[in-house]
Design a protein around this ligand. Structure first.
Ligand code: ATP
Length: 386
């Protein structure tokens, strides 16, 4: 049993930076919780406070109901894997992996058995006599994992453990981590700024921004029902697009104006009581890149868009564009390329369309928008509306 509970955890650094602000969070027994957020949001500081490597300004860390806030790191029975692996360069893989057990004066035969079994599991059996300098990045990463695993800790803390690996290795190590966790079921807190890693690894994900918890939930919950604009913009790749629009009309017919086009809000969301309260008001509308499609021809309700960039990803294409200002028809559909500079300067949007779409930078293309998949947020608080 290893349940980690953070209660009103706060960290203010000497210079006055509030890195973590009143964080309360429970990590269940055997759970894999991913702590995600942009650079500087306080993820590493949370992890270091759980490990006991950073003093807590206020609040508590509890493990299995016991308040460990003032315990030394080695008393907590926690293993941490760092981004830079922190292996001892002068020791072999075997000695690196057995280090913590030797410190505990574990019986030699027991130590050897434990190190060998973990090395086999991680595919390091052949490398036990090498030193870190003679290993690849992925192998070093596995040694760092192995060194933490042989201790059979109560809690596993991982701080961006894959960020030094190339893209392909990252994907395979991600799968390996998931497999290891399934097998050992050690309570794990995993820090990353990569939302794809968070979505694929986490049983639950906790999103942090500026030291404050924004939302905690399953990957699906966070993606489907983000609590606010920050979470909506952070989860999903490419990111959600946002426009500030006025909700016009009434409960029977509600529309928004986007790039000079009147778009009808579909029945299913228009009548939602929370949204009805915003009729006549300004809201922030969020559209995921997959909410767009290329229309065969420009008709009422299609957006006139001039691609500023086209990225082909094999089975899909990403179109980068700026939304023309309301009323402006900067990207009059037609076959004539227009100067990219003519497009109204707004945020860069991304549409995800089929691989067959014929697209070129500067050549106008009509895009349909599926408003049934739109999200709405309060313009002042950023809280999700329905
Ligand atoms: P990254 O993803 O870039 O590693 P992070 O989310 O892990 O970032 P932290 O390293 O926890 O963020 O830092 C949170 C905030 O605290 C940042 O503003 C950082 O500059 C500040 N900070 C971190 N360590 C210290 C320190 N020792 N003294 C003062 N400020 C610090």
């Amino acid at each position: 049993m290893s349940v980690v509970r953070l209660e009103h955890l706060t960290k203010v650094f000497a210079g006055g930076t509030k890195a973590v602000d009143d964080l309360s969070l429970m990590i269940g027994d055997g759970e894999f919780l991913v702590l995600v957020g942009p650079s500087g949001c306080g993820k590493s500081t949370v992890l270091r406070m759980i490990a006991g490597l950073e003093e807590v300004s206020s609040g508590d860390v509890l493990i299995d109901g016991e308040n460990v806030t003032n315990w030394a790191p080695k008393e907590r029975d926690i293993a941490m894997v760092f981004q830079n692996y922190a292996l001892y360069p002068h020791m072999t893989v075997r000695d690196n992996m057995g280090f913590a057990l030797r410190l505990r004066h574990t019986d030699k035969a027991e130590l050897r058995k434990n190190v060998n079994a973990t090395a086999e599991l991680l595919g390091l059996g052949e490398l036990l006599d090498r030193r870190p300098a003679a290993l690849s990045g992925g192998q070093r990463q596995r040694v760092a994992m192995g060194r933490a695993m042989v201790r059979r800790p109560r809690v596993f803390l991982l701080d961006e453990p894959l960020s030094n690996l190339d893209a392909k290795l990252r994907v395979s190590m991600r799968a390996e981590l998931a497999r290891l966790h399934q097998r050992y079921e050690v309570t794990t807190v995993y820090v990353t700024h990569d939302q794809v890693e968070a979505m694929t690894l986490g049983d639950r994900i906790a999103v942090l921004d500026k030291g404050r918890l924004q939302q905690v939930g399953s990957p699906d919950e966070l993606y489907q029902a983000p609590a606010n604009k920050f979470v909506a913009g952070f989860m999903g790749s490419p990111s959600m697009n946002f426009a500030t629009v006025q909700l016009r009309g009434d409960e029977d017919r509600t529309t928004v104006m986007l790039a000079g086009r009147e778009l009808e809000v579909p029945d299913a969301i228009r009548r939602h009581p929370a949204l009805v309260r915003y009729l006549g008001s300004i809201v922030v509308m969020g559209l995921r890149p997959a909410s767009f499609a290329v229309a065969t021809q420009p008709v009422a309700g299609t957006l006139p868009v001039v691609p500023l960039g086209v990225e082909s990803l094999g089975d899909e294409k990403h179109v980068l564009f700026r939304l023309p200002a309301n009323g402006a028809d900067a990207a009059a559909p037609g076959d004539v390329p227009v100067a990219v500079d003519d497009v109204a300067a707004t945020e860069l949007w991304t549409a995800k369309v089929g691989q067959r779409a014929q697209l070129a930078i500067g050549r106008p293309v009509p895009l349909t928008v599926d408003l049934s998949t739109a999200y709405f947020f309060d313009p002042d608080t950023g809280e999700a509306v329905p």
